[in-house]
Ligand binder design. Structure first.
Ligand code: GLU
Length: 295
């Protein structure tokens, strides 16, 4: 089964891991907390920053189907959500306004490759900081902490926690920490674990009765539940800690330090809170900034 999951991942991955887009309008309609581009920024010793300056534009890796976090309006090609706002804040502080941003969609399984190849300057998309990933990429942050949860159909009564998943079909995204956890903790049988490239695909499978639960971060699941409150609900307690980082090139310590400074300043001056309240916070859960973990 591992092989089947892997094979599906590889085939779909080869077809559609990335897509690229510029914002429709230079004023960038999706921005909830607008940031003026900083002038005369220097990030000494950062190869990524040098590249951004030469290009006069920044490429941010994002998700495009996670409501509240990273979502695109296909008619206007406008990105919005908490992660996207964090990405814009960082861009502005690096001297690149909203009209100088290119968004590149990178799914969970392709992040380390995209970052280490330099396809994106940095990545902001529900990206859990962990030691395994730190071998290939660097992380600034965390700027948020989520936890693994469960999304089920509204009429589901049998699934109430992670310990009620045996015999149930559970869907998650290839290359994600929640998928790995379901496998390692054997929360259901190997042939009942279904992997797709995106959580959106898992949600479609849930709606059409092909799977019984979708598992990933509660922050992501709440967004899908809020979109279809008549059909979906989040159940049970969270069962992991997922600290979200800004992914960047492994050896670019100068940029990592700079992004940590930017995040810390936004925690201290209330900008982070404004961004949260205008995006993820709309779902009703309150949050405060986490503690940055420098290395
Ligand atoms: N935060 C988890 C991860 O980085 C799940 C969400 C995602 O796949 O982006 O793997």
């Amino acid at each position: 089964m591992k092989w089947r999951t892997l094979a599906v991942g590889l085939v779909v991955g080869a077809l559609s891991l990335t897509a690229c887009g510029k914002e429709g309008s230079p004023t960038s309609g999706g921005t909830v907390v607008s940031q003026p581009a900083a002038a005369n920024v220097q990030v000494t010793g950062s190869p990524t920053f040098d590249k951004i300056q030469q290009r006069g534009r920044v490429v941010i890796g994002v998700k495009n189907d996670q409501p509240g976090l990273g979502i695109v309006d296909p008619t206007t090609n406008t990105y919005s959500g908490f992660d996207v706002e964090i990405g814009r804040l960082v861009a502005a502080k690096l001297g690149q306004g909203a009209d100088k941003i290119d968004y590149k969609v990178v799914q969970s399984a392709a992040r380390e490759d995209a970052i280490s190849r330099g396809d994106v300057d940095y990545y902001v998309g529900t990206y859990t900081i962990n030691d395994n990933r730190k071998q290939r990429v660097g992380f600034a942050g965390p700027y948020f902490v989520a936890g693994q949860g469960l999304l089920v159909r509204k009429d589901e009564t049998a699934i109430t926690s992670k310990d009620t998943l045996k015999g149930k079909k559970v869907c998650s995204a290839t290359g994600s920490t929640p998928l790995q956890r379901v496998q390692q903790q054997q929360l259901t049988e190997p042939n009942n674990i279904i992997a797709f490239q995106t959580y959106g695909q898992c949600v479609d499978q849930l709606m059409s009765n092909q799977v019984d639960a979708v598992t990933t971060d509660d922050s992501i699941l709440k967004g899908y539940a809020a979109q279809s409150p008549d059909k979906l609900k989040v159940v049970g307690d969270t069962f992991s800690t997922e600290p979200y980082g800004v992914g960047l090139a492994h050896d670019d310590k100068a940029l990592r330090d700079k992004v940590n400074d930017i995040l810390q300043a936004s925690f201290d001056d209330g900008t982070w809170q404004k961004i949260y309240d205008a995006t993820l916070g709309k779902s009703g859960s309150s949050a405060t900034p986490p503690k940055i973990n420098r290395y």
